[in-house]
Write a protein that binds this ligand. Structure first.
Ligand code: MN
Length: 162
């Protein structure tokens, strides 16, 4: 995807969000930002190939294994976004308050790019609030619907040992 969509949607004179650019580093950061926009949601971002792959999780992650939460795929964000907190002015894209809700590192099970393509990504999170295994699964698109609806699901973790 790259950052073309991210840049096209924003006026950087009017929003405090970082312009950012695709990074060369191969990191594994994740962040979840609570975004009190026209509708409150939680933006899940997973670093892959120099950008943050992003989903807007409408009701936030559920810690209950198997419980599905709608996660609408949104445009890739720059890695610089991971430290962003602030107020996007009303009238600008995503107008409202952005706060970091969780952050840490993530690890895909298997090949992450392939998982994104086929619409099923299994991964673990090591954050301050969230941990363990998770699934992101793409749902079939309805006819005429452009947006990609995924669901975020907490996996049934193996019982802790020791
Ligand atoms: Mn958002």
């Amino acid at each position: 995807m790259g950052l073309q969509a991210y840049h096209a949607k924003r006026k950087f004179g009017a929003t405090p969000e970082p312009r950012g650019r695709q990074a060369r580093r191969k990191g594994n950061a994740f962040v979840i930002q609570k975004h009190d926009a026209s509708r409150l949601h939680y933006d899940l971002r997973l670093e892959l190939d120099g950008v943050m792959k992003s989903w807007a999780v409408t009701r936030g992650p559920s810690l209950v294994p198997g419980e599905k939460r709608l996660a609408v795929r949104v445009e890739d964000h720059p890695i610089e976004y991971n430290t962003f907190e602030g107020i996007i002015p009303q009238g600008q894209y995503g107008g409202g308050t952005v706060m970091i809700w969780d952050r840490g590192t993530w690890a895909p099970e298997g090949d992450a790019e392939r998982g994104l393509e086929k619409g099923h990504l299994d991964f673990t999170l090591a954050g301050e609030k969230l941990g363990g295994a998770w699934h992101l699964v793409r749902m079939g698109a309805r006819p005429g619907e452009k947006r990609e609806n995924w669901v975020l699901i907490k996996a049934h973790d193996e019982p802790a040992r020791g």
